[in-house]
Ligand binder design. Structure first.
Ligand code: PMP
Length: 414
């Protein structure tokens, strides 16, 4: 749970970098698996060989996946996973004779990565702006952000239904025959500070997509791999996407690795058509990365860490509420499992954000580090420009005492 710097200072890791180090630092089982693999085979280009490590990881991922997600495409990180998913979705429609589908629909306040495809669907306009002429066409609809956007006269379920209707309007405005996919983080992560979906939202979204033949791509690069208490966050929403992306916690920070999980019909269309997915990177399915990821998954299963994340996660939420719930500058505490966001406000009643020039999130990070705590802060929470939050994503091995210490130190820092 601890990181030590060159000056000998120790930091309690409450965020695993950006929700990456799911098992903390220096886990002996992961290190042993990597050593064993590197002694056998470090690299094999996939045009010559597959590897036992890659096959075992693919089997492991499919075994734990929602029914229907049966095929795995391995990559080296989150942006690569999103990029591959977007291209798979596009190629699927080319293969099934609907090449006029060229448009993506995604959400504001989302983050999907920094490569051109992932950037196109990402929700912060300022990130896209310098590259706008180079980006794939995409429309951005509202995220699921109850604290700020659910109306006083609607229930959470009604709010989710309204968002699904707005998605349908966006699809109709484009012309459904032109839309490839709706892309969303199952639980919004970095840019708006852990946006958990309201009940029924994703089921309503799935219905809208199905009605118009639009694919559903769920990005679980940050919220997947156990972070919210189930291996895949969408298990808690009762939906199965057509394509699902994972990375970050998959390799637990020991190796860069990501993956796309795909429904069989997507892959079958490619096999029947051009015969293969027109994509590929030199390091896909890297044996050492796969061995590390497989070891991370095996430890999570062996040590019952998903149940621990669910139980201790609920406890963590209560600790944060106790430590911060009455703070005049804490507007909202939201999350699930070991994935929490604390939104900071200048004034609670009006939910007024701080002046962005103050960079409050960066100040909180600095003060927290001085007290020996690593948290992941971000600005632009409200609309990409205004607002501040702190993201908490502790390693799954955190004890209840660690969680208590995190809540206490964060409260002091704020
Ligand atoms: N998707 C999501 C949901 C993410 O949170 C991130 C990274 N923050 C990415 C994609 C991009 O991943 P990477 O930085 O590994 O390219």
């Amino acid at each position: 749970m601890w990181v030590h710097d060159a000056q000998g200072r120790a930091y309690l890791d409450a965020c695993g970098g950006a929700a990456v180090s799911a098992l903390g630092h220096g886990h002996p089982d992961v290190l042993a698996a990597m050593h064993a693999q590197i002694d056998r085979l470090a690299y094999a280009h996939t045009s010559f060989f597959t590897s036992e490590a890659a096959e075992a990881l693919a089997d492991e991922l499919v075994r734990g996946a929602p029914a229907g997600l049966e095929q795995v495409y391995l990559v080296s990180g989150g942006s690569e996973a999103v990029e591959a998913a977007l291209k798979m979705a596009r190629q699927y429609f080319v293969e099934v004779g609907q090449p006029q589908r060229t448009h993506f629909i995604a959400r504001r306040q989302s983050y999907h990565g920094n490569t051109l495809g992932a950037l196109a669907v990402g929700g912060n306009a300022w990130r896209r702006e310098p590259f706008a002429p180079l980006l794939a066409p995409a429309t951005h609809v509202a995220p699921c952000y109850p604290y700020r956007e659910q109306r006083a006269d609607e229930t959470p379920v009604q709010y989710g239904q309204r968002l699904a209707r707005e998605l349908e309007e966006a699809i109709l405005a484009q012309g459904p025959e032109r839309v490839i996919a709706f892309v969303a983080e199952t639980v919004g992560g970095a840019t708006a500070g852990v946006l958990t979906p309201v009940p029924g939202y994703f089921q309503a979204v799935r219905e809208v997509c199905d009605r118009h033949g639009v694919l559903l791509i769920l990005d679980e690069v940050m919220c997947g791999m156990g972070r919210t208490g189930t291996l895949y966050a969408c298990e808690q929403e009762g939906v199965v996407p057509d394509l699902l992306t994972i990375a970050k916690g998959l390799g637990g920070g020991y190796q860069p690795v990501g993956a796309v999980l795909a429904q069989r019909r997507i892959v079958e269309a490619m096999s029947r058509g051009s015969g293969f997915f027109q994509h590929g990177h030199t390091y896909l399915g890297h044996p050492v990365a796969c061995a590390a990821a497989l070891a991370v998954q095996q430890v999570i299963r062996r040590d019952g860490l998903l149940a621990k994340v669910r139980d201790d996660g609920a406890h963590f939420g209560r600790l944060l509420e106790q430590a911060l719930g009455a703070h005049p500058h804490v507007g909202d505490i939201r999350g699930r499992g070991f994935f929490w966001g604390v939104e900071l406000v200048a004034e609670r009643a009006g939910k007024t954000p701080f002046d962005p020039a103050r960079q409050l999130h960066a100040q909180v990070k600095k003060v927290a580090m001085a007290r020996g705590l690593m948290v992941y802060p971000m600005g632009g929470t409200v609309d990409g420009r205004q607002g501040d939050h702190v993201l908490l994503a502790p390693p799954f091995i955190a004890t209840r005492a660690d969680l208590e210490r995190i809540a206490g130190l964060l409260a002091e820092a704020i």
